[in-house]
Design a protein around this ligand. Structure first.
Ligand code: AHR
Length: 502
């Protein structure tokens, strides 16, 4: 197939929001326990943080990490996770049918985040709790001292306030599966009052309202509208979640998942702006896409699902440890493209999750840590998408997909880092069997050289389902993309069938 791409130095969407490259650590499965934290592991430091995992987290380049859930947070008491570890309660976590030891909590996460060099995005429990617990947690975390709660933080070892700026007002409360599920009116009022009380404690914080759990929810659209009709003045962002998977071998639709992501983002932007118009407000509500990824959801009766209680109550069971393949990596690359293309309104995005649980990084208890295929598009986009997002015009051969209609065979986003004098292009070829010849018109740029060109594709002797495993950790990765030619303001390259390139 062929594709023609046009960039123009002056046609920009806006600066790349660095929080677009966020991730997510939930107390779920083995994300925390035997993921980022495993005292006694040969690679763990004296605090129990796995240094092998930490090294991969830094290499991944995540900028902000959401914590501690997810469904987990809707039944969580933050107080259980602070104070001397010996005194912390063991609890039943109903969301994932798991025993929570509370050996890891807020102080540990803030401390770990400093080592990882990431910003903390803290979610509060608006499932079983309310305004009081919300404002108390902000006081505990952010108030300098001299009050009961801030002094308790100091007594627990943290003299300096945590200074957490970004707060999620609950999680997926539109979903019937959520502990403390609410109607949009119930949630909208609660978010308004919790947000108000939290800001009374610390006016500098930014607040994310819970949006729809996915665009297929029966309440999608109405939920956002109603929630904002209550909480518009109190909140800064509307959250979105989306997970994609291949259904019954329909790879074409799966590869076009970003078409749905585009639609979802544009719909939520329109809804937020409709409320803005009605209220005659000047402020915009921007988006926090705080859970997104590929997730092979196998159904509620399968072994790795939380609601299958046959295993009884155990600590950190193996939950949704999807092994990602080449196709998944290409899809993840296109989802990152979609987020970048909407970077004027999507201010925050978090790939769910960071380690083991539907994650770019895998680790084994007492064993190694390694990168999954989806690690690569994330790491390179986080590293190289800097400066301004360029408005990228694409004329590509198209493919008809059963689920999402027509889609470009070549998907692209691009950025221009003026300081480094560098243009970055992130490209995916959705064609399963055909390579794509791509020509790029770099208007207004005089490019002198190609500094780097890399590609992720089906490995030799492999298939589109090839994946990295504990015994073969580098089966899928990046290799040099040969044959990129550059002639002043035009470039040419060939993308192999089913590939992602930078
Ligand atoms: O990321 C896994 C789960 O997906 C989260 O706990 C929940 O918010 C979503 O449904």
């Amino acid at each position: 197939s062929t594709a023609r791409i046009t960039l123009d130095r002056d046609f920009t969407i806006g600066p790349v929001p660095r929080r677009l490259f966020g991730s997510f650590v939930e107390h779920m499965g083995r994300c925390v326990y035997t993921g980022i934290y495993e005292p006694g592991h040969p690679e763990a430091d004296e605090k129990g943080y796995r240094q092998d995992v930490l090294k991969l987290v830094k290499e991944l380049g995540a900028t902000v990490v959401r914590y501690p859930g997810g469904n987990f947070v809707s039944g969580y008491n933050w107080e259980d996770g602070v104070g001397p570890v010996e005194g912390r309660p063991r609890r039943l976590d109903g969301a994932w049918h798991t025993i929570e030891t509370n050996a890891f909590g807020l102080h540990e996460f803030v401390d770990w985040s400093k080592e990882a060099g990431v910003e903390v995005m803290e979610a509060i429990n608006l499932g079983t709790r309310g305004v009081d617990a919300a404002r108390e947690l902000v006081e505990y975390a952010n108030h300098p001292g001299g009050t009961a709660l801030s002094d308790r933080r100091i007594a627990n070892g943290a003299k300096d306030p945590f200074d957490i700026k970004l707060w999620c007002l609950g999680n997926e409360l539109d979903g019937p599966w959520q502990i403390g599920h609410k109607t949009a009116d119930e949630y909208g009022r609660l978010a308004q009052e919790a947000g108000k009380a939290m800001r009374f404690v610390d006016p500098s914080i930014e607040l994310v309202a819970v949006g729809s759990s996915n665009s297929g929810m029966p309440t999608f659209g109405e939920w956002e509208h109603t929630v904002l009709s209550h909480a518009y003045d109190e909140v800064d962002y509307m959250s979105m979640h989306a997970y994609y998977q291949e259904h019954d071998g329909d790879a074409l639709s799966f590869l076009a998942s970003a078409v749905d992501m585009d639609y979802f983002i544009e719909s939520v932007v329109a809804t937020c702006d409709a409320v803005r118009a009605k209220r005659k407000a000047t402020k915009h509500i921007n988006l926090s896409f705080d859970e997104w990824n590929v997730w092979y959801q196998r159904g509620l009766d399968t072994d790795d699902q939380p609601h299958n209680v046959s295993k009884g109550w155990v600590e950190h069971p193996r939950l949704i440890e999807d092994a990602y393949n080449v196709t998944d990596a290409v899809v993840v690359g296109t989802l990152l493209n979609s987020l970048l293309r909407h970077g004027d309104r999507v201010s925050i995005a978090n790939q769910a999750q960071l380690v083991n649980v539907i994650a770019p990084i895998r680790s084994e208890e007492n064993g190694p840590a390694w990168r999954q295929s989806i690690f690569w598009p994330f790491a390179r986009t986080a590293e190289l998408a800097k400066g301004q997002i360029l408005r990228t015009a694409v004329t590509s051969d198209r493919v008809d997909t059963p689920q999402f209609g027509d889609a470009d065979l070549v998907d692209v986003s691009s950025t221009y880092d003026e300081e480094a004098g560098r243009v970055a292009l992130f490209l995916a070829n959705r064609g399963l069997d055909e390579s794509a010849d791509v020509s790029i018109d770099l208007r207004g740029f005089t490019a002198s050289r190609v500094t780097r060109a890399e590609v992720l594709q089906i490995p030799e002797g492999g298939t589109r389902k090839s994946a990295n495993t504990e015994s073969e950790q580098d089966a899928v990765g990046l290799a040099p993309l040969d044959g990129v030619t550059l002639d002043g303001s035009s470039a040419r390259l060939t993308l192999p069938a089913l590939s992602w390139a930078v």
